[in-house]
Design a protein around this ligand. Structure first.
Ligand SMILES: [Zn+2]
Ligand SMILES: [Zn+2]
Length: 272
């Protein structure tokens, strides 16, 4: 059983962004030196907005950490699925945790698209008119709070420890950074993992401005949930430049300003 102090340390590490820093830098360098397609759009203003949103989200989740730690530990204590050492092997349970947390993430992501109240929060992620590694951290701070709370509490209910949630969070971070990046996986790697893991070609479809494609490919780490549950639109083939990313109504420079992005939950359903 992990002590509350350890749990707090794990959540603090995650919410401080320490886990994301090195992998973000590595993928950013990959994108810089070996891009699949150099974005025609000036990236500076997007990067300022995206990383400002990242800092705001980190600050909000850091504030939430003490109460979320207490709550998840309490839920885990009472969970009928709580890990019993010796009953389930450590590694076997870690595999269970990664699968069950990713299934939960798939359901939550699908709900973000289905329910208007949640789409108000999630639409900001889809409003990026280009796609690169910085899009990974482009989330509304309120979405970050909702996601951290649901994943932590529901994960604990399903018997996942804070350490397992942390391992899954690192796995998700790495897969999502690569999935958003303007990079092409080596062919042998692409064909080896494309049916199992979310790849750039898979997640690109999810950022298309076409509604039928936006509402597909919800997977965050494992791509097979979409195949199993009938929400896959396959892999983006052909030139990356052929896909229009973003939301059709929010493409002008004013809509892309940081203040307007933070207000997007209010304006997303405006008629004009
Ligand atoms: Zn989405
Ligand atoms: Zn995305």
């Amino acid at each position: 059983m992990i002590a509350l102090a350890d749990t707090f340390a794990i959540f603090s590490t995650l919410s401080s962004g320490a886990a994301i820093g090195p992998s973000l830098l590595a993928v950013a360098l990959w994108e810089l030196f070996w891009p699949e397609h150099r974005n025609a759009l000036p990236f500076l203003s997007r990067w300022v907005s995206n990383f400002s949103l990242f800092v705001l989200s980190l600050a909000c989740t850091a504030l939430l950490t003490p109460s979320l730690t207490w709550l998840t530990n309490m839920v885990l204590e009472r969970s009928p699925l709580r890990w019993a050492p010796g009953e389930f092997g450590f590694w076997l349970h870690l595999v269970y945790a990664c699968l069950v947390l990713d299934a939960l993430n798939y359901v939550l992501h699908r709900a973000m698209h289905k329910f208007p109240m949640l789409w108000r929060l999630h639409s900001l992620h889809h409003s990026d008119v280009s796609l690169d590694v910085s899009t990974t951290v482009r989330h509304h701070p309120l979405e970050a709070i909702v996601t951290a709370s649901i994943m932590g509490i529901a994960g604990a209910l399903l018997g996942c420890s804070a350490a397992e949630v942390a391992v899954y969070a690192v796995l998700e971070t790495v897969v999502q950074l690569v999935a958003h990046a303007d990079v092409r996986l080596p062919r042998f790697l692409e064909s080896a993992v494309e049916r199992i893991l979310v790849t750039p070609k898979f997640h690109r479809m999810h950022h298309s401005s076409e509604a039928s494609e936006t509402d597909s490919n919800y997977g965050q780490v494992f791509a097979f949930w979409d195949g199993l549950l009938g929400t896959s639109s396959g892999l983006a083939e052909g030139a990356r430049a052929a896909i229009e990313f973003g939301l059709k109504k929010f493409r002008d420079s004013r809509s892309q300003r940081l203040d307007q992005l933070l207000l997007l939950p209010v304006h997303i359903f405006d008629p004009n």
